[in-house]
Write a protein that binds this ligand. Structure first.
Ligand SMILES: N[C@@H](CCC(=O)N[C@@H](CS)C(=O)NCC(=O)O)C(=O)O
Length: 204
């Protein structure tokens, strides 16, 4: 499987992270999204007329939406799926269009109504915080239950990178605990700006 990838893209990182967590090796094809705009080149538009990343090519199948790609990667991993995933994948898209857009604006001068993007991001974070707080009351750590699913992997990157778009995570303790749980999953991989959870080992 080939992933057309940009190292600083939250949406591409979702795919790299999911693959790493299930132990699947992807061939990474680096695309110079910024500053070269290579995702809008004729070769890339032939593969994905929308001109976006990520793109996953698996034989004759070409997928151009991260939600579809996460479903595809986990088709044979039912432990990473829940009936509730779909609504969280839609929510992940809202996070991308708010927090993700604010970050692209601040980091690579992407055109955006920055105040609107940040306000939508804060509204989404409040919903996430309320849901995760309820989950914790029920003894559940992740969005859909006791174990992580594609819902968590889809929502995690743009949430974790929110401060890069000028949105603080300080008011959301349940969100921060959820992110710690994801950052300490076996097989977790990092991207610039998102680090593995390093705990000091307790003395024996
Ligand atoms: N719905 C897409 C959106 C991904 C997305 O926002 N990709 C950004 C890079 S992080 C992009 O390619 N933007 C280029 C553009 O919108 O022209 C997905 O989740 O796969």
């Amino acid at each position: 499987m080939i992933l057309y990838d940009y190292v600083l893209s939250a949406s591409c990182y979702k795919v790299r992270l999911m693959a790493a967590l299930i132990g699947k090796t992807l061939s990474l094809h680096a695309v110079n999204f910024h500053p070269a705009q290579e995702h809008k080149s004729p070769e890339m538009l032939a593969l994905n007329p929308k001109g976006t990343l990520p793109i996953l090519q698996d034989g004759d199948t070409v997928l151009t939406d991260s939600a579809d790609i996460l479903r595809h990667l986990t088709a044979e991993h039912p432990e990473w799926r829940s009936p509730e995933d779909d609504r969280w994948l839609a929510f992940a898209s809202d996070l991308n269009n708010s927090l993700g857009l604010a970050r692209l604006h601040d980091v690579i001068s992407y055109e955006a109504d920055i105040e609107k993007a940040r306000a939508a991001g804060v509204a989404a974070l409040r919903k996430l915080e309320a849901h995760l707080t309820e989950q914790r009351f029920d003894g559940l750590i992740f969005l859909t239950g006791k174990t992580p699913t594609i819902a968590d992997i889809a929502c995690f990157p743009n949430t974790a990178l929110a401060p890069d778009g000028g949105v603080s995570l300080d008011p959301y303790p349940s969100v921060r605990l959820w992110m710690r749980a994801i950052r300490s999953l076996p097989g977790f991989i990092e991207m610039p700006g998102i680090h593995r959870l390093h705990e000091l080992a307790h003395p024996a």
